[in-house]
Unconditional design. Structure first.
Length: 158
């Protein structure tokens, strides 16, 4: 792997980790508890990144953090959940006795948005349709174009 590829891999990994931190804060702000990062127990846990509870209900959550815009400048409207996401989610639901959800975190130079929903809402589709989230057709909007205060240059698509 050349230096450029290593830098791109590090950028994507860092963006994912930043997304998980924002996800944990969003869960705390909405009254979820017993929040655990599943990757702390099993590296690359299938489907889910986080496990949590609210009002006696258990959740497993796949967190997808992306740049709002693609490299070519167009809006990034679909966040892929990965190969066999629904099958992996089902196995993870059984393993953790929880229901599968997703959280999409959209970052831009100065703002971020957070969308949250049930995997069932996606009806076997393998990507989160951000354009439908923004229109309130799927999931919930937890934050919308909220200001963040960190230097985003490293994370942005160039």
């Amino acid at each position: 792997m050349n230096d450029l590829n290593k830098k791109e891999a590090a950028r994507k990994k860092s963006l994912g980790e930043l997304g998980e931190l924002f996800a944990i804060k969003a869960l705390v702000d909405r009254g979820f508890d017993k929040i655990r990062n599943l990757n702390d127990k099993t590296l690359n846990e299938p489907f889910a990144d986080l496990e949590c509870e609210k009002e006696g209900k258990k959740y497993i959550i796949s967190v997808k953090a992306r740049n709002k815009y693609e490299k070519k400048g167009t809006l990034n409207t679909r966040y892929n959940l990965g190969n066999n996401a629904h099958k992996k989610a089902h196995l993870s639901e059984i393993k953790h006795s929880a229901t599968a959800h997703w959280m999409a975190i959209q970052f831009d130079k100065n703002t971020f948005s957070i969308y949250f929903g049930s995997l069932l809402e996606l009806q076997e589709k393998k990507a989160i349709p951000i354009d439908k989230c923004e229109k309130k057709l799927i999931g919930e909007i937890w934050e919308y174009n909220k200001r963040h205060f960190f230097d985003f240059d490293f994370y942005s698509n160039k």
